[in-house]
Design a binder for this molecule. Structure first.
Ligand code: GUN
Ligand code: FE
Length: 454
């Protein structure tokens, strides 16, 4: 009983299933020295009073204030860290032109480590302040700056999964921003994997190297094959973009006479530790291959509204057994907040279900059974993200990491619209999901350590 390094008393919201929110009212949460939730005690349990009497008044015993609630920390499955420097701009062009006009010139600047330090330091702080405790990052082609991002995550206490981006095809990438050739890209990726694994030895919350071909159009066959081999050799996570837009989807069909999913699989890039961004244009066969290989989808609904020419058929893919989580896709998605993306996931799904062209009859306008609830969107931002990464995060549950955000519904600058002292707790949950601002996120904890206070 005295092995707990932290004990919290309060009310928590966590996903029970993709549809159901579990409300743990006035529970005790006991955290061990590794930062894992080792015991959750209900008020009616025998030990409850005894634990309170033993620990109360001590520094490690935290009683949440009135109006404060616990939520799992969010898992952002798709962030382009370098693009934070252009977030909110460059939203006017389609994907291919956007990459060449704005994004590659910006990413090329991360050969400068001082610039990388200033952007990456601010981004990690900002994501933590928005409740994101785990993030799956694309860095740039530069090995040193990519390693710096992992070091910043390590130092600031965020669980970071970081990829040095590979883009070696001279036909598709500008001379000022690409890997020198496939061999160099693979050597540097291997060095990066080893350096992050070494760094991880001293990091409580974990930092992980990720094999990261930007997307098939950026990479030669040799690089794609070599990256699949490296992921297998070092048992790493893998990330890329898959079937995102009409252009990207058709490019791969023309080059390989097959869809992204099957091409990626041929190179050994689909596994239980793979997370593919977007994947809007998966056919049923592609989706079945994702389910079979354990490949997850990073759903980025805000980004999709600008760049994907479509809305992800989320229900269809979930029913086929694919793990799905949420991503901001900074900067194609211009917000650091998964709250914004959870709302957008609901909105986009409603528009997919109803359809958008008022000139069509109602029964021909949309795709039936597409809408998702805010409960499902919350699941995607939390438990769905953890499942996608195969890491025990995203739930407030025994055996999971103590990665939480403490929400203050009464903070004067951003009081939530709760006026009844006996407000239904599920209504409070919904009001949090729809109305929270960074001001309401008072504390963020990762792996049992406080990493943000406001
Ligand atoms: N496809 C290849 N690179 C990118 C990127 O940086 N953002 C998005 N949204 N799609 C991509
Ligand atoms: Fe992206």
């Amino acid at each position: 009983m005295n092995n707990y390094t932290q004990i919290f008393v309060g009310t928590a919201f966590t996903s029970d299933s993709s549809e159901k929110i579990s409300i743990l009212k006035d529970y005790l949460f006991c955290i061990n020295h590794s930062g894992m939730i080792s015991k959750i005690v209900a008020p009616q349990d025998e030990e409850y009073q005894l634990l309170i009497e033993t620990h109360k008044g001590q520094d490690h015993f935290h009683v949440l204030d009135d109006g404060h609630y616990l939520l799992p920390g969010f898992v952002d499955l798709h962030v382009h860290a370098p693009q934070w420097a252009q977030s909110g701009t460059a939203q006017d062009l389609p994907l291919y032109d956007w990459l060449n006009t704005y994004t590659f010139p910006l990413e090329a600047k991360y050969s400068d480590l001082d610039f990388a330090q200033s952007v990456y330091g601010n981004l990690v702080d900002t994501l933590l302040a928005n409740g994101t405790t785990t993030a799956l990052y694309f860095a740039t082609v530069h090995k040193e700056a990519s390693l710096l991002l992992a070091e910043i995550c390590a130092q600031k206490g965020q669980r970071g999964l970081v990829g040095k981006v590979v883009m070696d095809d001279p036909e598709q990438n500008p001379p000022y921003y690409r890997d020198q050739d496939a061999e160099t890209a693979l050597r540097e990726t291997e060095e990066f994997i080893l350096a992050v694994k070494e760094l991880n030895k001293t990091v409580k919350q974990g930092v992980y190297p990720v094999v990261t071909p930007r997307f098939i159009p950026s990479c030669s066959d040799e690089a794609l094959k070599g990256l699949g081999d490296l992921a297998l050799k070092y048992d790493t996570h893998i990330q890329s973009h898959c079937s995102e837009s009409d252009w990207a989807h058709h490019y791969v069909k023309e080059r390989f006479n097959k869809h992204d999913a099957f091409a990626l699989n041929d190179f050994g890039l689909l596994s239980d530790k793979s997370v593919m961004a977007h994947s809007n244009f998966l056919s049923d066969e592609d989706a079945a291959l994702f389910a079979e290989t354990g490949t997850a989808i990073a759903h980025c609904p805000l980004s999709n509204a600008y760049f994907a020419n479509s809305v992800l058929p989320l229900h269809r893919f979930r029913k086929m057994g694919i793990d799905i989580g949420l991503g901001t896709d900074i900067s194609a998605g211009a917000t650091p907040s998964l709250y914004d993306n959870a709302k957008q996931a609901v909105i986009s799904s409603r528009m997919l279900e109803d359809g958008v062209n008022a000139n069509l009859p109602a029964d021909e306008r949309g795709v039936a059974n597409s809408r998702i609830t805010i409960n499902e969107a919350f699941y995607l931002a939390t438990a769905g993200g953890g499942e996608s990464l195969s890491i025990p995060v995203g739930r407030i549950k025994e055996g999971y990491a103590w990665d939480v955000q403490i929400i203050d519904t009464k903070v004067p600058a951003a009081k939530l619209p709760i006026f009844d002292p006996n407000e239904d707790l599920y209504d409070i949950f919904q009001k949090i999901m729809y109305n929270v601002r960074p001001e309401n996120i008072r504390e963020v904890w990762v792996q049992g350590e406080k990493v943000h206070t406001r």
